[in-house]
Structure formats: C-alpha cells, structure tokens
Design a protein around this ligand. Structure first.
Ligand code: PLP
Length: 451
C-alpha cells in the first residue's frame, strides 16, 4: 500500500502546502465549503487536483467564476481556452451539432469530422495531411508512438528529461518528469532520455552555452544505442516556458532526417495561436513527421485531440491504431472547426504577436524593478516569470512563488506555478489589452508584496 507523500514541485503547484491550507481555511462561503468537502469525500485524491482550490460555477471569456460571483482571470485554463470560455461562435456550432448528430459510431463517418481532418491537413505543410481524431491528448501521444513503431519497425524512442506527454502508462514512460513515473514500477521499455535544450542554458553551465549541445546529445544517443525509431518532444515546453532556439530545432530536424528517426512534436498545449502561429513548429521553419494536438482543439467545450501524420504513413489498414469509441467525434469536430474559423476570422494570430511585444516590454520592466525576478521569457501569449532568491546563483524562490500565486488568486488572477518557481501565464488569446494590463498589474502588486 502506498503511504509516502512526496511533494513534487515540477508540473505545478502542490495542493498540500501550508499556504494551501490557509487558502482553504479562508473560504467562508457555506455552500463552497460543503461542495469542497463533498469533492474531497468522493473523488480519489491526486496531486494537482482533489483537494481543490475553489468551486467553479460558471465561466465566460477569460473568466472562471465561483459560487459567490468571484471572477478569476484564468491564465492557466489547462490550455483549452484559447478562444475563451463559452465562445458564442463555438457554442452555436456545438448546439447545432447536438441537435443533428451528437455521436457517430465507429465504422461510420460524418461530414464534420471529415471537414476537420481536411482543415487540419490544409493548415499543415506539404505532406503532413493524414489525420486521426481521438478523445484526449494522452491518447494522441499513445497513437503517435504506435504509428512510429509501425512506420519504422523500431520500438525505441528518445525523449527529453523534464518533458510531459500525458498521464497514461505509455505516456509517462516517455515523459521526463519523476512526478509522473514515481511509484509506478516498470514502464514501457526502449525509452532513452536526453537533457532538454533548456538545461544547456542553466543547469549544466560550463558544459556548453547553447542548446545545440542538447541536439548533439540526440545524435550521440541515436548512434550509440541504435534502433531508434523516433524522437518525441514538446516544440516549446509549456509548463515552465522553455523556448529552444531556431538552430536547435533545425539541427534536430536534420539529425532525425539523416538517421531515419521520426520527429514527433507534442503541441497539445501550445497549438492554435498560443505562440502567435497556428502550430508552434511554424516559428522554427521545420516540419515534423507527426504532430500531436489536443486541449484547445475542442475550444474549451468538448474533449478532442488529433494526430496529423505524413501522407506516406498511411500504412496501417490492418492495425487498430487509435481504436477509440469517440474517434470521429461530431461535437468535438464541430467545436474544433468553429474554433479554427474564429481564430482566422478575428485575425487572432496577428493580435497575439502584438500582445507578445507588449507583454515582453511590461515583464522586462518588472524584472528591472524586482530582484526576485530572475528571468522572464515567452512567446505569443505564453509567458514564464522565474522567481529566484539570488540572480547569480538562480536559487529557486519556491515559497515566494507560491505566496505570489495565492496573492494573485485572492486578487482574482489564476495561474499555475511550474518547476517550483515559474509563474506560468497563458491567458485566452482573445484577452483584451485592458484585461492584460489589469492582470499584469495584479502580478506586480503580488510580487511587490512578497519582495
Ligand atoms: C505537452 C502535453 N502533452 C500531453 C498532454 C496530455 O493531454 P491530456 O491531458 O489531454 O491527455 C498534456 C497535458 O497537460 C501536455 O501538456
């Protein structure tokens, strides 16, 4: 029986700290307290979930709203909320779909799913146009791994330490965070891990100054180990916002091509405008062999995920690759098509690029003002503020980060702390400039109160 209680500070803030206890003690609303108790009594407890922060009763635009009417600007949203909560355009499309065909059984198809597959192919470069739909991101990763085995005839795969690719047994096998592998026993064999590109800019200083060292490490492992079928990685690390250089991705692409290793990019949290592009890899002028999508694909309304693979990978007629009940989901497809149309109609990609400039300026000013801030980094509307005790040693300011988060929560701004000391800000991309300013003012006030 499992008894140990480790407090990991990797993927997100912990739900068992003294500040969390204080936060929960401060909840006075009777109904909220009662609902939290019922949640506590009925759900299996797990990290980053039950016990929960608050009870959400409604959501709208960039806000989640609790039972007392308190509005939190949601700068986390599990990355599903690019076009905002309850987006009217998406809602209409989903409502219409519920009235006509809410579900499509396997072995049949439907026009909405076909249109979505065509649209995803059309948005992707060149030969990347074969699609499979599935119910969630983890299943997209799982399907991509299976397809890579079929295409290459090899089961070994290289991944990065610190990466996250989902919570199922195969996804944690290729993930790089101990939090998700701990206590689980033997996992999928044939996984080799390399240091992520970010590690060469920080942890291993002295070994090299840039992330090309990490790319070289991939080639070293491919040559040493042999039989490697694929390399899977997040194009940009979402949780603690690690943004590799263009040279890194160019080199990785070149190494994979030269060695016949498939490049699988996991863009589950960061596609659909988050980085100012429809797909994050477009920032790097590279083409993956398979891309995994999810989260925002369902526009914060319906769970749906996808892989897009090369046309010549269409070789699995006799294999169940992604044999999921909710495969050609009509509601998810309707939501996804509406979301993609909305991004195009409202020219949100260009808006995100403007927001990127503004956020960069504002956060750089904050960094100049507060020594607690060790680094700010970001792209589009994905930003990380790293808090440190000392800029020269980069010692993580873990307690301070948690304190800043709770201060922001009490002032109506919700986000996640990643890696123990990175305030991760990823608002809906529909956010107005005024709302963005308001949120950044809350961040500043919270940092000032903790500094
Ligand atoms: C990079 C990445 N890959 C995969 C997943 C898994 O997606 P899902 O939770 O929809 O299964 C996540 C979810 O957080 C993710 O961030």
């Amino acid at each position: 029986m499992h008894t140990t209680k480790k407090k990991f500070v990797t993927e997100g803030d912990v739900n068992a700290s003294s500040l969390r206890e204080k936060w929960n003690d401060n909840i006075k609303d009777r109904k909220t307290k009662e609902l939290l108790q019922r949640d506590n009594a009925s759900f299996l407890h797990q990290s980053l979930s039950t016990p929960c922060l608050d009870v959400i009763e409604s959501s709208e635009g960039i806000y989640i709203i609790n039972g007392e009417g308190k509005k939190y600007m949601d700068f986390h949203g599990n990355n599903v909320h690019q076009v905002g909560y309850g987006n009217e355009y998406v809602k209409e499309a989903v409502k219409k779909q519920i009235d006509t065909l809410p579900f499509c059984p396997r072995r049949y198809t439907n026009e909405k799913a076909i249109a979505l597959a065509e649209k995803l192919g059309a948005l992707s470069p060149g030969s990347l146009n074969r699609v499979l739909l599935m119910p969630g991101g983890t299943t997209a990763v799982s399907t991509a791994l299976k397809l890579a085995r079929l295409v290459t005839g090899k089961h070994k795969i290289v991944t990065c330490w610190d990466s996250f690719h989902g919570a199922s047994m195969d996804a944690i096998s290729v993930g790089g965070e101990a939090q998700f592998r701990s206590y689980m026993g033997p996992l999928m064999p044939g996984v080799e891990r390399i240091p992520p590109p970010s590690s060469y800019r920080g942890i291993f200083t002295g070994m090299g100054k840039d992330d090309l060292f990490s790319a070289e490490y991939l080639e070293y492992v491919i040559e040493k180990e042999g039989d490697i079928g694929a390399f899977i990685a997040e194009t940009i690390r979402n949780t603690d916002v690690q943004i590799p250089s263009k040279a890194y991705w160019k080199k990785i692409r070149e190494i994979c091509t030269r060695h016949g290793v498939l490049l699988i990019l996991d863009e589950i949290p960061i596609a659909f405008g988050r980085t100012g592009k429809m797909f994050a890899y477009e920032n790097y002028d590279i083409e993956p062999d398979i891309v995994c999508l999810g989260k925002g694909l369902g526009a914060g309304m319906i769970p749906i995920a996808a892989i897009i693979a090369r046309d010549d990978f269409n070789i699995a007629d006799d294999v169940a690759l992604g044999h999921y009940t909710h495969e050609k989901g009509t509601l998810g497809s309707a939501a996804a098509l509406a979301m993609l149309q909305y991004i195009e109609d409202k020219k949100l990609l260009a808006k995100v690029k403007d927001d990127e400039q503004f956020t960069q300026q504002q956060l750089t000013m904050l960094k100049d003002k507060y020594s607690l801030i060790g680094d700010v980094r970001g792209i589009g509307l994905l930003w990380g503020i790293e808090l440190v005790k000392d800029r020269s040693t980069k010692e993580k300011a873990i307690k301070e980060s948690e304190a800043v988060m709770y201060e922001c929560l009490s002032r109506g701004l919700s986000f996640k702390v990643s890696a123990g000391n990175v305030l991760q800000l990823s608002p809906p991309i529909i956010i107005t400039r005024e709302q963005l300013k308001e949120a950044l003012a809350i961040v500043e006030a919270a940092i000032a109160s903790v500094s």
